[in-house]
Design a protein around this ligand. Structure first.
Ligand SMILES: Cc1ncc(COP(=O)(O)O)c(C=O)c1O
Length: 419
């Protein structure tokens, strides 16, 4: 089976996932906090499908909603009641959301949001942050994982096949450095259409005042501020990062949780911007084409709605407490062996970085000892914990016992790697 995967799929995988120790697994099923591979080995899962499964795998309420909708038809290329209910839910929950439009993946959502910003401003350039992740589209792949230091604001493609023109049109600056942002924005104010940012860049929190500083600059120069909330949306609370940090962008992108583990993503924001995508405006110069075969898929919509039903105040409290328990426990486990670590993350997200510095940006993460961490992560993986060594997610299905056993597994791994 594994040899076959290597022959059929580039690198033997379907995503960029790389498991610690170079292990390859073919997954058979998941339930709650657990997954099983085809060999029958069980893992506590910290990947959770890269984040959508905040309710855990195959939650009965989600499965039931999906089964009911599947029996009613899977897709219509037209508006359905489930997608209207989901749009309403987003508008009710998200401060910037006056209107919503749906697509299938987060990569599309960020591409559409940037297109709307360009159409609205008549400008081409985009400011993004070094190491900020916005998916697989060409803009998003600029300076995603540069290997050499940039001369800001010059960007570098992180994938082959990116049009050279984007080097001109994508400017990059370090996350959390408002001084650099201000300088670059002021110098390029006549050509910048958008500032796009992950409010929590990977697992790095914004320093106080950073997001508000972006808001103020964008407002002053008529630039569209886009929060990529594909990770933070409905994870840091129902108002996402914009609610958590109290800063309202012009547009925000959603994915992961809103589809409950099925393919769905969205752009939400000010109606004056969103209305540019009204197909009735076709022919106007600033009309934004926004359409796709599976857009607004009702199966994904009911899965997302069923997931959101579970996310009441008590659920968010539980998710944040679980995150703190795991991060604190891991921090202590490393400290006991005098290894300087920063266990980053907020709410139900975590990532261990072996470093003694306060990590503020991409290069701060790069300076951490990833080789040593991968070895430890491989030893944790072998004990039955599905994690990559990069960002991990927690779900409502993870029990305190799961978390404590994970901390224990790290302690064993750290010891074995310290001998
Ligand atoms: C912040 C952020 N933006 C965009 C994306 C891309 O979403 P997708 O993988 O659905 O294309 C991701 C995916 O992990 C993400 O974390």
């Amino acid at each position: 089976m594994l040899a076959n995967a290597e022959q059929l799929l580039p690198g033997g995988g379907v995503t960029s996932l790389s498991l610690p120790g170079g292990v390859r697994k073919v997954i058979a099923r998941g339930k709650g906090s657990r997954i099983w591979d085809v060999a029958g080995d069980e893992y506590v899962d910290y990947l959770l499908g890269s984040g959508p499964l905040i309710a855990g795998h195959a939650h009965p309420a989600v499965v039931d909603a999906v089964q009911r909708q599947a029996a009613l038809g899977s897709t219509f290329y037209a508006v359905t009641e489930p997608i209207l209910r989901l749009a309403q839910r987003i508008v009710d929950s998200v401060p910037c959301a006056e209107m919503v439009q749906f697509c299938t993946s987060g990569s599309e959502a960020t591409a559409y949001a940037l297109r709307i910003a360009r159409a609205a401003t008549g400008r081409d350039a985009v400011l993004k942050f070094e190491g900020g992740f916005h998916g697989a589209n060409d803009y998003a792949q600029m300076s995603l994982f540069p290997s050499v230091a940039a001369t800001y604001p010059s960007s570098q493609p992180s994938s082959g096949g990116i049009p050279h023109a984007l080097v001109e049109d994508v400017l990059v600056v370090p996350f959390n450095d408002l001084g650099q942002v201000r300088a670059v924005v002021e110098e390029n104010r006549n050509r910048l259409s958008a500032i796009i940012v992950e409010p929590v860049q990977r697992v790095i929190e914004p320093v106080p005042g950073f997001l508000q500083g972006l808001r103020d600059l964008a407002t002053r120069y008529g630039i569209v501020l886009i929060f990529d909330e594909i990770v933070t949306g409905f994870r840091l609370g129902e108002a996402g990062a914009q609610g958590y940090y109290g800063v309202k962008p012009d547009l925000a992108t959603y994915g992961k949780i809103i589809g409950g583990g099925y393919p769905l993503a969205a752009v939400a924001g000010q109606s004056t911007l969103m209305e540019l995508a009204d197909p009735g405006r076709r022919g106007k110069g600033d009309y934004v084409y926004f359409s796709g075969t599976l857009n607004g898929n009702p199966i994904a919509a009911v899965a997302g709605l069923a997931t959101m039903e579970l996310l009441d105040d008590a659920a968010y409290k539980r998710l944040f407490a679980a995150g703190e328990r795991l991060r604190g426990g891991l921090q202590d486990a490393f400290a006991r062996h005098d290894i300087a670590v920063r266990v980053l993350g907020i709410g139900p997200m975590f990532q261990v970085l072996i470093t003694d510095e306060t990590v503020r940006d991409y290069w701060g993460m790069q300076r951490a000892d990833s080789v040593r961490l991968k070895k430890i992560a491989a030893a944790v993986f072998q004990q039955g914990f599905f994690l990559s060594g990069d960002k991990g997610y927690l779900s409502l299905a993870h029990t305190d016992d799961d978390l404590d056993r994970t901390i224990q597994a790290f302690a064993v791994a750290i010891r074995s790697q310290s001998d």
